[in-house]
Write a protein that binds this ligand. Structure first.
Ligand SMILES: *[C@@H]1O[C@H](CO)[C@@H](O)[C@H](O)[C@H]1NC(C)=O
Ligand SMILES: *[C@@H]1O[C@H](CO)[C@@H](O)[C@H](O)[C@H]1NC(C)=O
Ligand SMILES: *[C@@H]1O[C@H](CO)[C@@H](O)[C@H](O)[C@H]1NC(C)=O
Ligand SMILES: *[C@@H]1O[C@H](CO)[C@@H](O)[C@H](O)[C@H]1NC(C)=O
Ligand SMILES: *[C@@H]1O[C@H](CO)[C@@H](O)[C@H](O)[C@H]1NC(C)=O
Length: 182
C-alpha cells in the first residue's frame, strides 16, 4: 500500500514537472541571448500559444471622438492564465509614452494592442524582463451604430466571425522602455 502511494506520488511529480517546462524547440520565437535559460528547467512555462474567445469591438465613426471599445476572453492553457480583457472609455493606456497604446486585461500580466485590424496579445513571462507577443487577424461581422440607442454614437459594432481564434507567440522581447519626462 505504501509502495503504491509512492508510485502515485512519483507519477504526479513527473506530470507536473512535464507541464511546467516548455520545450525550446516548440517555441515560435528564438530565446534572446541574455534570456536566463536555466529557468526553462524549472517552473517557468514559456508562453507558447493562446486563444482569444468572443471578440467584440466597437469602432467610432469618422467624426466621433469616443474611443473604440474591445471585449474578449483570453486563455493560455500552458501558463494557465484565463482572463477577461476590455478596453473602454475608462481604461488607462499602459503602453507608456511614445509607444503603441496598450490595454491591460483583468489579469494584468496580459495586455493587448488593437491596431489596423490586428489584435496583438502580450504576456509577461516568469521573468519580468521579457514579454511574449503574438497576434491574430480576426474576420468580423459588423453593424452600424447610432445615437441615441447606441450611447457612444455612430460607428461600427463588430463581432469576430470565429468565436475562438488561436495564435502562437512569435516574439520574445524586453518590454518597451519607459520614457521619463523630466
Ligand atoms: C464629418 O464632419 C465633416 C466636417 O464637419 C463633414 O463634412 C463630414 O460629412 C462628416 N462625416 C460624417 C461621416 O458624418
Ligand atoms: C480616450 O482614451 C484616452 C486614454 O487612452 C483618454 O485620455 C480619453 O479621455 C478618452 N476619451 C474619451 C472621449 O473617452
Ligand atoms: C472597462 O474596462 C476596464 C479595464 O480597463 C474593466 O475593468 C471594466 O470592467 C470595463 N467596464 C465595462 C463596463 O466593461
Ligand atoms: C498549443 O500548442 C500545443 C502543443 O503544440 C497544442 O497541443 C495546443 O492545441 C495549442 N493550443 C492552441 C490554442 O493553439
Ligand atoms: C501554431 O504553430 C503550430 C505548430 O507549428 C502550427 O501547426 C499552427 O498552425 C500555428 N497556428 C497558427 C494560428 O499560426
Amino acid at each position: 500500500m505504501l509502495r503504491f502511494h509512492y508510485i502515485l506520488t512519483t507519477l504526479a511529480a513527473t506530470v507536473s514537472l512535464a507541464t511546467a517546462m516548455t520545450l525550446e524547440s516548440e517555441l515560435h520565437y528564438a530565446l534572446p541571448a541574455d534570456f536566463p535559460k536555466a529557468l526553462l528547467q524549472t517552473d517557468c512555462y514559456m508562453p507558447l500559444n493562446f486563444s482569444v474567445i468572443g471578440l467584440e469591438l466597437w469602432l467610432p465613426g469618422p467624426n466621433n471622438t469616443n474611443n473604440f471599445t474591445a471585449d474578449f476572453q483570453y486563455i493560455d492553457l500552458g501558463t494557465k492564465i484565463t482572463t477577461s480583457c476590455h478596453r473602454n472609455a475608462t481604461s488607462p493606456n499602459v503602453g507608456g509614452e511614445g509607444h503603441a497604446e496598450r490595454w491591460a486585461c483583468d489579469v494584468p500580466t496580459v495586455e493587448f494592442i488593437w491596431q489596423e485590424g490586428t489584435l496583438t496579445v502580450i504576456e509577461k513571462t516568469c521573468t519580468a524582463n521579457f514579454e511574449a507577443a503574438g497576434s491574430v487577424e480576426p474576420r468580423f461581422n459588423c453593424a452600424s451604430t447610432a445615437a441615441p440607442w447606441w450611447p457612444s454614437g455612430d460607428g461600427l459594432f463588430c463581432k469576430a466571425l470565429d468565436e475562438q481564434m488561436n495564435g502562437n507567440f512569435t516574439s520574445l522581447q524586453p518590454p518597451p522602455p519607459a520614457k521619463f519626462v523630466a
